[in-house]
Design a protein around this ligand. Structure first.
Ligand code: SF4
Length: 235
C-alpha cells in the first residue's frame, strides 16, 4: 500500500510548541494584527521579497507604486520598463514578468484586481486558488492570506524554517513546504500570527543563520541544536 511522504514525517510536538510560543511571547511581547494591506499589494510585495531583504523589496514596492497609478498600468507597462522600476529588489528579470503574469491571470479570472473574496473562502480553497497562479508557492500564498485576509495561515520563511529546525520542532530534512503544513496543523488559529512574527524576530535578532547567539537565547533549554551542537562539543 502506498504511504505518502507526509505520513512518514513526525508531527510537531504540540506541548513543546506551546512552550516555545510562551517563551517568545515573554521575550518579544504579544503580537496583534495592526491593519491589513490590500491583498494584491501584499501579493506583489511578496513576489518582490523573494530572495532579497525586506528593505530592498520595500523600496522596490514603493517605487512601483510611485511609477504606476494602477495595476492596469503595471500590467500594460513594457516588461523592460517594469524591470528598471523594481530592480532594487533584485532578480528583476524574473520578478517583472512574474508580476505581470500574475496580474494578467487575476484580470482573466476575476475581471479586476480585487482579491478580497479570498477571505470568504474555506482556507484550503483560498490557498489552492492562490497557488494556482504562476510562480506563487505556499509561502507567498501564506503571506497574502495571513497579512491581507486575516486568515490563520502560516507563511514559513527562511527564518521560521531555520529556527524551527534548530529547535527540533521539525526534523532536519523537512523542507519549507512541508514545514508549512506541519507547523500550521500544530498551531491553534489564534496563535498563527504571533508565531510567525516572533519566530522571524528571533531569527533576525538572535538565531542568525551564521553564528546564532545561543548564549543569550531564551529558548536555549528547548533547543536541539544547542543540546547537540553547542553543549556537546567532542574533543
Ligand atoms: S539556542 Fe541557539 S540555535 Fe537554539 S534557538 Fe537559540 S539561538 Fe537558535
Amino acid at each position: 500500500m502506498a504511504v505518502s511522504r507526509m505520513k512518514l514525517i513526525p508531527a510537531v510536538d504540540r506541548g513543546k510548541l506551546a512552550v516555545v510560543l510562551q517563551v517568545l511571547r515573554d521575550h518579544y511581547g504579544p503580537r496583534e494584527r495592526s491593519g491589513s494591506r490590500d491583498p494584491v499589494d501584499e501579493l506583489v510585495l511578496t513576489i518582490l521579497s523573494q530572495n532579497t531583504s525586506d528593505r530592498n523589496s520595500g523600496r522596490a514596492f514603493r517605487l512601483l507604486k510611485a511609477a504606476y497609478p494602477t495595476y492596469e498600468a503595471v500590467l500594460a507597462a513594457p516588461v523592460s520598463e517594469l524591470y528598471e522600476v523594481i530592480k532594487a529588489a533584485g532578480l528583476g528579470n524574473i520578478k517583472a514578468p512574474r508580476i505581470q503574469a500574475v496580474l494578467s491571470q487575476l484580470l482573466a479570472r476575476r475581471g479586476n484586481f480585487d482579491l478580497s473574496f479570498l477571505g470568504q473562502l474555506p482556507l484550503a480553497e483560498a490557498k489552492s486558488w492562490l497557488t494556482s497562479l504562476p510562480g506563487i508557492g505556499p509561502k507567498t500564498a501564506g503571506c497574502v492570506l495571513c497579512f491581507a485576509c486575516d486568515l490563520p495561515v502560516l507563511a514559513v520563511d527562511t527564518h521560521i524554517h531555520r529556527v524551527a529546525q534548530r529547535l527540533g520542532l521539525i526534523g532536519p530534512k523537512v523542507n519549507a513546504d512541508q514545514a508549512h503544513d506541519l507547523l500550521e496543523t500544530a498551531l491553534l488559529p489564534a496563535e498563527v500570527y504571533e508565531f510567525h512574527v516572533n519566530m522571524i524576530l528571533h531569527g533576525r535578532q538572535i538565531c542568525h543563520a551564521l553564528r546564532p547567539e545561543c548564549g543569550r537565547c531564551p529558548l536555549q533549554e528547548l533547543c536541539e541544536y544547542y543540546r547537540t551542537t553547542v553543549v556537546y562539543s567532542p574533543a
